[in-house]
Design a protein around this ligand. Sequence first.
Ligand code: M6R
Length: 612
Amino acid sequence: MCGIVAYIGNQEAYPILIKGLRRLEYRGYDSAGICLLGENLNIYKCKGKVSDLETFAKGKDIVGTIGIGHTRWATHGEPNDLNAHPHYSGNEKLAIIHNGIIENYDSLKKELIQRGHEFKSDTDTEVLIHLIEDVQENENLPLAEAVRVALTQVVGAYAIAVLDKSDTNVIIGAKKGSPMVVGIGKDEFFLASDATPIVEYTKEVVYLEDEQIVELRRGQGVKVRSIENEVLTPYIHELEMHLETLEKGGYEHFMLKEIFEQPKSIADSMRGRYHIDSGTVSLGGIIDYEQKMANAKRIIIVACGTSWHAGLVGEYLIEDLARIPVEVEYASEFRYRNPIIGEDDVVIAISQSGETADTLAALELAKSKGATIIGVCNVVGSTISRITDAGSYTHAGPEIGVASTKAFTSQVTVLFLMAMRLAHKRGSIPESRFQQLLAALEKIPAKVEEALQSADLVKYIAGQYKDAHNFLYLGRGYNFPVALEGALKLKEISYIHAEGYPAAEMKHGPIALIDEEMPVVVIATKKGSYDKVISNIQEVKARKGKIIAVVTKGDTTAAELADHVLEIPETEEELVPILASIPLQLLSYYIAVMRGCNVDQPRNLAKSVTVE
Ligand code: M6R
């Protein structure tokens, strides 16, 4: 979703802002803009990509060592040049960029119109900068104070950066609900939605908390105040991110790079957390809450999208191994349906970005009811990771492709470790089985590597089905969430309609869709309900559906029935989702590429969904 970047220092701001916007492209956007403060306060913005913005700005006055930049994902008002950020105030002396939604913008706008303000765009953001101008002029306040006072009137979410033509030495930032990071360099400051535009210049960052305002003034330190005007001491963190993880590294797309990174990302998720010598599992981040989790009356998992699918795998794992009842909820439903939550409940939020608005709100609700809240996040320092009582990072490294791939397999890996740890603590698993699973886990990165070797075959199969209009994905048990995830992957990047179903549910409706035009991807790995899945394959075949089967290496039964077979190495049933996801990720990737789709930035999608 919207990305913001700002710079103040001794260097020319324009190239830093453009590079920063490119780093933020992965978040998803439909227009881009910058504002540079030199002799004038110049705004350049347009619908389209950052490259369109560069073309637009060519030959114009782009001089200035202070500036703000924005990628917009439209909420209020269609994606066009006018609604793109930055926005001027009415007197064109102030400029703003914003990520979030001002919920009471309509009433604020009406009041401002009555006071003579005129608006050029349909955005809530323009209303906010007019409000700041109104406060500044009427109360004769310096910018930082005007921003603070204006924000006390705002309902909603924001991460903003504001420039003032009459003060070329300062950027004011503020945040509530949307993320914001300050980078501290030598005689320079950065402000951004995440650390990706900053890491190249400095590793020292401050994560702003909600309702905090930051003043970045040349020659001074970072000044943070609360919206109640309390002076706060910023805590400086050291970034763990590495620049090369933000580059394509020779791959055509980030998504392909991230698919192929999985042997490493999964190994990173496991590192230091399983101990073959002592035959144990430990998760440092939840150690103080393990007992609470082990004693929980119930565990509720809240998440969205792919993370919700990982949560389903987590449900199967925790119930199977640790014998604790688990419910998996869409965070967006959970937060609004008045759920029953008590102090004996543990709520686990799963989120790659750690910023998803619905997941965050679901957690806040659970916290307010006294539940223990645990995070499984990828982005270090993200909001969810900071508000939870405890948690385990997935350590998959930055995921830039909008379609989640390595984040999913790392989430499943961490949930597996959590289930194992809880099972050991509760004594709900025989020791011999525990050791068997531990040994199987150790081999997973190498088996993922092996599964990736099917890439050429997957590419060939993709070529056969790239023009299909629909796909069905079927799986049972641990492979049901894999079917859902496979279908989501295909639809989000190739725009082919795809549905995931529990294989046995097919007879209750979807079977009506099956004919010779319908490719059906069946995850038919050995163990579990294998024989039953074979029967489901027979049912599809009897209706002339085309079968692409993901099978355990060496399987001949499914292979004889299927039109195409994709083999994955044998492993324990609990770990199959990790391996079975690999060919499905590749299938969606190659189909999308063959259809000419923008794989890394699919239409309408955002990487980090910071509005509900
Ligand atoms: O950052 P999160 O894991 O909280 O994001 C949740 C979903 O928005 C995300 O998984 C989305 O479904 C992906 N685009 C799927 O590939």
